[in-house]
Design a protein around this ligand. Sequence first.
Ligand code: BES
Ligand code: MN
Ligand code: ZN
Length: 495
Amino acid sequence: MSKLTFTARKIKDAAQARSQCAILPVFGKKALSTAAQQVDKACDGAVSAAIDLGDFSGKSGQTCMLPGVGGNKRLLLVGCGDKSKFDRAAARELAKAISKALASCEASEATVYCSDLEVKDGDPQWLLAWLARHFTCTAYRYTETVSKPKPAQKLARVVLEAGSLSTGAAQKALDQGLAVGLGINEARNLANLPGNICTPSYLAQHARKLARGEPRLNVSILEEKKMKELGMGSLLSVSAGSDQPAKLVIMHYKGGKSAQKPYVLVGKGITFDSGGISIKPGAKMDEMKFDMGGAASVFGTLRTVTELGLPINVVGIVAAAENMPSGGATKPGDVVTSMAGKTIEVLNTDAEGRLVLCDALTYAGRFKPQVVIDIATLTGACVVALGAHASGLYANDDKLAEALLAAGTESHDRAWRMPLWDDYQKQLDSNFADIANIGGPGGGSITAACFLSRFTGDYHWAHLDIAGSAWDSAPKGATGRPVGLLSQYLIEQAG
Ligand code: BES
Ligand code: MN
Ligand code: ZN
């Protein structure tokens, strides 16, 4: 995919500038922005005349394409609503309206006159970063397994007014938005791939590809033999029924001083979840190719981190396996031994995410982490509890939880904190092992998190249940969440 480019620029007079499409904000009640006024003057009031026709009033989300004047080949009037009420939500609507209008025209370049857009609950940097992120995300198309994919959009270059910011500060915001957008697209693309292509081995190869030409990113892969030696009996019990060998993918990004403790991200990478012997019903089973959405978000976040060259250390661990039934598969009632030495009674082979994650969490302790965050499409119960709008957040540390919640709000990739009270732990009691892998009918997302909490050792840990947020069912496709949240968190940590 060709990369969209974003350029910040100071522009004195929109009428004197050149563009294939000048994007001119108009506020509610036909109030023209400065740039719209400048262009209006240059074309003897053609802009106001078009507005006077009554088709376009400046309401939020409205657009109106007009033929160009002078160096501007096209004029796109965009409604921004009441100027005094222009907030982040309105800005997001505006971004959507612009990308929709640009998608249906041939312009390969556009200039956004955004300096009159004062975001009530945000700053100019936020607006620029959001626009760059949004335009990057809307440029994404899935092409991998389609003979005649939708043609790529024509838009290749976007110029944005720096406004009150220095060109340097504005460019920095744009670069950040682009990097986050690329990370989100990276996650979407991986998760959209079908399970017969995106296998654990594919994810391992993909890590190598991501690290190519990136001296700060090192990749190592643990094969099943090595995992066996390490005692990862829990993780290996999931791949036991599959012809695809499990892989533990470790991506080490070294952007900080070597003594700096790393931020460790652990992703659930079930490349297909059939449920195993506790096989799932047929409806929507295809969507279980998205069960590596946590892993995809680890790849995506590392992409963003490397693009930005953040001065921190980050370790990405992907626990990749396929959950299938076969003669060799783990059966309900089987007891397996985890790397931590705890025995686990596998009462339901469909509760496999926690089985791969627990060994990955034990392994994560080796890195002497600053924090460990795992990301997993873990439970259908989380979808029931929170739907698609929020990821479920669990943490054993309030400071970490608050930082992640704030990063989610800031990036509009929100999470909601859920309880990890001890009271839930006894639902995991087993007569035949140290712990059972399911906790009964009540609080399924919580008991899954409780299971993980038994393997987190002594480090600060958070868990994001993204079962509801990682993909949409209609139209079907991965969302790239929570790359926005994680990137924002790491950008803030990097200072
Ligand atoms: N990958 C699923 C969770 C899931 C289900 C995510 C539906 C998104 C949509 C997970 O491995 C699973 O099957 N969980 C079981 C756990 C149960 C057996 C305790 C579930 O949620 O039903
Ligand atoms: Mn499952
Ligand atoms: Zn699963």
